[in-house]
Design a binder for this molecule. Structure first.
Ligand SMILES: CC(C)(COP(=O)(O)OP(=O)(O)OC[C@H]1O[C@@H](n2cnc3c(N)ncnc32)[C@H](O)[C@@H]1OP(=O)(O)O)[C@@H](O)C(=O)NCCC(=O)NCCS
Length: 159
């Protein structure tokens, strides 16, 4: 997959690559800077071994962002979507979410599902702007700092 972007986002061409094991060091460097509770290397390796869809958006040799998604019967579940901190606020999440939706439609999925921390207002705004609706709440779904837990909002998008 490749795309030429509006100069508001980047003057360079960016493209998607499958997330292969040889890119995991770079991915983990982004993951650890992007989250207080990052995925571990083992989480990524498990996802790759399970055959989940994992794509990296590369720009000028840098990891701009990535997503990991799991295909179900008639739905796709988004497990991880991340934009590297130095590329945040430039609209890249839309490119990732569009690519995810295109892939999911191609798989015959009718729905996209995801969970998001109740306090992650930025991500909630991004998903709502992309057409996702709030459909539920999972109590204490995520680990949080100081041994606490945080609720997740469940969102879905009809494809
Ligand atoms: C959530 C995330 C994927 C959004 O990606 P993004 O490419 O930065 O999104 P956008 O550029 O479209 O920005 C979305 C909104 O957040 C704001 N924003 C993004 N980065 C920001 C920053 N560093 N500081 C302040 N505001 C920021 C943008 O201004 C925009 O607001 P607007 O819609 O009112 O204009 C990205 O911030 C991220 O990876 N965060 C850490 C990981 C995470 O939370 N992932 C989602 C887990 S469910």
């Amino acid at each position: 997959m490749s795309a030429q972007f509006d100069t508001r986002f980047s003057t360079a061409e960016a493209h998607f690559e499958p997330m292969l094991a040889d890119r995991l060091d770079e991915v983990l460097r982004v993951e650890q800077r992007a989250y207080a509770q990052p995925w571990s290397r083992a989480n990524f390796i498990d996802a790759l071994h399970s055959g989940y869809q994992a794509q990296i958006l590369m720009g000028d040799g840098n990891v701009v962002g990535y997503f990991v998604a799991m295909k179900g019967v008639d739905e796709v579940h988004l497990l991880n979507i991340t934009v590297a901190p130095e590329f945040q606020g430039q609209g890249w999440s839309r490119i990732l979410l569009d690519a995810l939706a295109i892939w999911a439609r191609g798989q015959g999925a009718e729905w996209l599902w995801l969970e998001v921390r109740v306090q992650n207002l930025r991500a909630l705004g991004v998903y709502e702007a992309h057409g996702y609706r709030r459909v539920g709440l999972r109590k204490d779904y995520y680990p949080a700092s100081h041994g606490k837990r945080e609720d997740a909002i469940v969102m879905s998008l009809r494809l």
